[in-house]
Ligand binder design. Structure first.
Ligand code: AMP
Length: 314
């Protein structure tokens, strides 16, 4: 854990660019005050480590495989965050300490509107606590499941923003490798947020686990066990766009072997219903290309005519 920079300065510096957006939680926590922020700035200069006492812990936001996530307020600044509490015993039992280290190392260094901020971490004898940006819109997966599909406007907006965020990751030599609805959150302004870096075993989904694990979003080179590079994220973006518009991933099949075969052959079909525009299908075809180097460049996604026509300004 020693490698990640997790001191109070991290949270303080993030606050500088932050617009007030905590009205939705005002029933749980009062609004921030200037005096409170100043007192946090004084503390930040000392470079102290966080501890649980620095936070008032509020309602649970959800449960993951290794623990729970709570709404919390930093006492001196009144800054609202989400605290993920992970049990050390469970992490050790599952042998995922390395993945957690990597997640912290990567996520705490990324700064992008569409990437969930990790402000810091601390630990006690039994638990590890991750201090995360609070994402009031919750899980994208739940929204997609309750709506069935997203509109072309909503899908184009999410895909454009994800392409920009992933391009940013790649510029920092970070490959996400696990882009899927379960690993995406929704912010206060309906903006998409990439979460769960390097942590694919952390949030397995009940649906895909019982059916065919997480194979649905994997590209041909990964299911075939070949070398892969950052182009895996481009493929996942294509799978995601298809699922947003049609309500299920493109290569879904009964069991691992059948899914594997469909992915490997790029067995792509567009159902008649719902009726989807040709522009969206064109973008999906450009993302879901077997040869990784021939997949569309992420920087070109926002220039695609269908994105330009449909994405809402952010
Ligand atoms: P996880 O352990 O990351 O799978 O998180 C468990 C659940 O907590 C998620 O499914 C979300 O519903 C919720 N959650 C996790 N992180 C946040 C966050 N930063 N803001 C709001 N809700 C969150």
């Amino acid at each position: 854990m020693a490698t990640a920079q997790f001191n109070k300065e991290n949270l303080q510096s993030s606050r500088a660019n932050h617009k007030p957006r905590h009205q939705e939680s005002s029933s749980v926590f009062p609004k921030q005050t200037a005096a409170a922020s100043e007192s946090a700035a004084d503390k930040a200069r000392n470079g102290q480590r966080w501890c649980l006492n620095d936070f008032e812990v509020g309602k649970p936001l959800g449960r993951g495989k290794f623990g729970s996530v709570y709404l919390a307020r930093e006492r001196s600044s009144k800054y609202i965050v989400a605290i993920k509490v992970l049990r050390k015993s469970q992490l050790l039992k599952a042998g995922v300490e390395h993945q957690l280290r990597r997640e912290i190392e990567i996520q705490s260094h990324l700064r992008h509107r569409n990437i969930l901020r990790m402000y810091g971490y601390f630990y006690d004898e039994k638990r590890i606590y991750l201090i995360l940006e609070y994402s009031p819109g919750g899980e994208l997966y739940k929204r997609l499941t309750s709506k069935g599909t997203f509109s072309e406007e909503r899908s184009a907006t999410y895909i454009r923003d994800l392409a920009l965020a992933l391009d940013y990751c790649h510029s920092k030599h970070v490959i996400h490798r696990d882009i899927k609805p379960e690993n995406l959150l929704v912010g206060a302004h309906n903006e998409i947020k990439i979460a769960d870096f390097g942590w694919s075993v952390h949030a397995p989904t009940s649906r895909r686990n019982t059916l065919c694990g997480t194979l649905d979003y994997l590209p041909p080179e990964m299911v075939e066990g070949r070398d892969h590079d950052e182009k895996v994220d481009v493929w996942s973006l294509g799978v995601l766009l298809y699922e947003f518009l049609y309500g299920s991933p493109p290569f879904e099949a009964e069991g691992h072997t059948a899914t594997y075969r469909r992915i490997s052959r790029v067995d792509l079909h567009f159902p008649k219903n719902p009726k989807i525009s040709d522009g969206a299908k064109d973008l999906i075809r450009r993302l879901l290309v077997k040869e990784p180097s021939e997949r569309m460049a992420l920087a070109d996604v926002s220039k695609h005519p269908w994105i330009k026509q449909n994405a809402l300004s952010s």
